[in-house]
Design a protein around this ligand. Sequence first.
Ligand code: HEM
Length: 409
Amino acid sequence: MPVQTQQVTDPLLSVSKEFLANPYPIFAELRKSDPLHWSEKGGYWIATSYEHVHFILHDLRFGKRLNEWSGNPLLKKIGMKFFPSLEGYTNNMLNENPPEHTRLRSLVNKAFTPKMVAEMRPEIEKIANDLLDKVEKKRHMDFVADYSFVLPITVISRMLGVPEEDRDHFHIWSRDIAGVLDPNVGTGKLIVAMFAAKALRKYVMPLLQKRKANPQNDLISALANAEENGIHLTDGEIVANIILLLAAGHETTVNLISNSLLALFHNPEQFAKLKENPALIETAVDEFLRYDCPVQMSRRLALEDVEVGGKKVRKGDLIVVLIGAANRDPAQFPNADTLDLARAENKHVAFGYGIHRCLGAALAWNEGDIAISTLLKRFPNIKLTVDVDSLEYKTPFSLRGVKSMPVTF
Ligand code: HEM
């Protein structure tokens, strides 16, 4: 059992409204006092410094298969026999270690090609413009419901070949599954997640069978055909990875787009600079990702004993890796709490690092670029209509973004 060295409170034990609204001062305190903190109550480590986060994400002695963590609330509260119901969620590349991870990622990569992403750019521009056309006459919108949410879900649905009219269902299911991302979840959320995983699996399986019988120019058909050395993905693996792409493809990018605009509202000087010089978007997207990152957290299981920063992490220990804290570490980023759209050296870890680095990073980056550039070209006078402090943040904390954002233009 690791020895508690400092009296620091684990902010993840009970996530307050204040913490959701601005976790960065608490991260800074934790990073300063105990950058690799053992949470006695949580039963896990919390890494907050860039150095530790980077090291843990990169070192293969830290792995996934998080459902096998002996402290896993799913195992503790519900029991192993129910686990197969979450199969559609856990049986994906994000939850696998090599060699399984290598095989899955390489096969999915064959379907998710850079060409496919590049070809999406004109389509993303059209989707952005169509959405803005719809609200132009009204001169106001809820930025989240009318724009930042709809854009990525439309993009990923079209890429996969999933009917757009079904998006309300799969959005609710993927949100329910994402509900178990935070380390301390109640039994209610776990049960809801299991039903959602089952429902998503039931929804995706017939789509896969249809594409197998009648292939189209979409990602589901490409996944069904992806082959390496004569080996294909099994139906179960395809379904699990479709669910991952569907969920990762929209639950994250919505927050990149909303958090970017919000960062501009918070920093009017930077906002003015971007409007004066739209080419600044080239470095701005990475700065938005660093400054207020959409995925705040990841987790790893120690596959063997490893010493980190003078502390002994034992085989089987869980480490909560606070990406949002690493991205604000002053040891890595000068003026880390300042939004600097022209920041040149920006090795943020918003897309993770190492073998699990985001497979959709290029797509997400392009969506962020196009969403913000198109918006500012069309509605340069966009303004928030409520007090910025009244905006409410969504849970889980790991996927950081506001629920709604009323604006005029
Ligand atoms: C701004 C938007 C996005 C952010 C911030 C983001 C962030 C991340 C992060 C931090 C990871 C690594 C997690 C870990 O190490 O445990 C990851 C993995 C992943 N992301 Fe994203 N993501 C975004 C958008 C997307 C999109 C659009 C897609 C696909 C359509 C996608 C697909 C994936 C997949 C498949 C993985 C798993 C990779 C692996 O395990 O090898 N993501 N993402």
